[in-house]
Design a binder for this molecule. Sequence first.
Ligand code: COA
Length: 233
Amino acid sequence: MQDITYSQVRLRALKLSRKEIKVGVFGASGFAREVIDICLALGIKKIVFIDKDSENLNYYGWPLCSEDQIEPLIVEKYCFVLGIGDNHLRKKIFNIFRKLPYINLVHPTATLGYDMKERLSKKKGNIITSGVRFTNNIDIGNFGIYNLNCTIGHDCILEDFINVAPGANISGNVHIHECAYIGTNASVIQGQSQRQKLIVGENSVIGAGSVVTKNISSNVVAFGIPAKMREKK
Ligand SMILES: CC(C)(COP(=O)(O)OP(=O)(O)OC[C@H]1O[C@@H](n2cnc3c(N)ncnc32)[C@H](O)[C@@H]1OP(=O)(O)O)[C@@H](O)C(=O)NCCC(=O)NCCS
């Protein structure tokens, strides 16, 4: 069973033990709500949602505050995650609140291969939901979303702010650049070797159910079997 993974240094600085972790979740949409499931599965019960200019005090029964009410949460030693599916919005919020103590959230049913827990502990802001599988020697970035039952093969490079949607399968030797989005049930076939990885370019979107067989440029949408590139709308 995996446990919560976080930067040891960061939590030590906050003088927090695992049981005391309180989580502030940015966002108040469907994905933010799915983050509750991970927190509860990890035994985290102190959860506050944070939404821009929120006037409501409550989000599906959980406390909700606005972005200008974060200060007291910091004083109360909350840790933070960005529960926002949109890669660019997630990055934008991070750029506004860069200095917060962000943690990784890993659902207990996710499995991480050899050395991956250690690698992840040096990163921050990743949200790994239930049933996700990582094998090993994967160079994971920060603030990635790895959604239900997706799989990541050996020797991949996963840059910051990517999103791998439910059921997507990333084969070995694939390099996914920053802010790329891999749609539900898409498959990315393996790169030729560790040195010649198959590339999904920065900001690109792979359509649901597509099969990526060749390098995908930056800033495009690619879909179908095999996936063909089109300019983004
Ligand atoms: C690929 C995608 C980004 C294209 O979006 P878009 O640029 O707005 O494209 P449109 O919806 O206008 O569709 C254009 C055409 O492509 C087809 N198409 C769209 N997505 C497709 C896909 N994934 N596979 C095959 N064909 C697809 C549409 O049916 C349409 O065909 P038509 O011209 O014959 O009517 C989007 O459809 C998609 O798959 N997004 C990922 C969604 C996802 O996985 N979400 C996860 C949530 S957790």
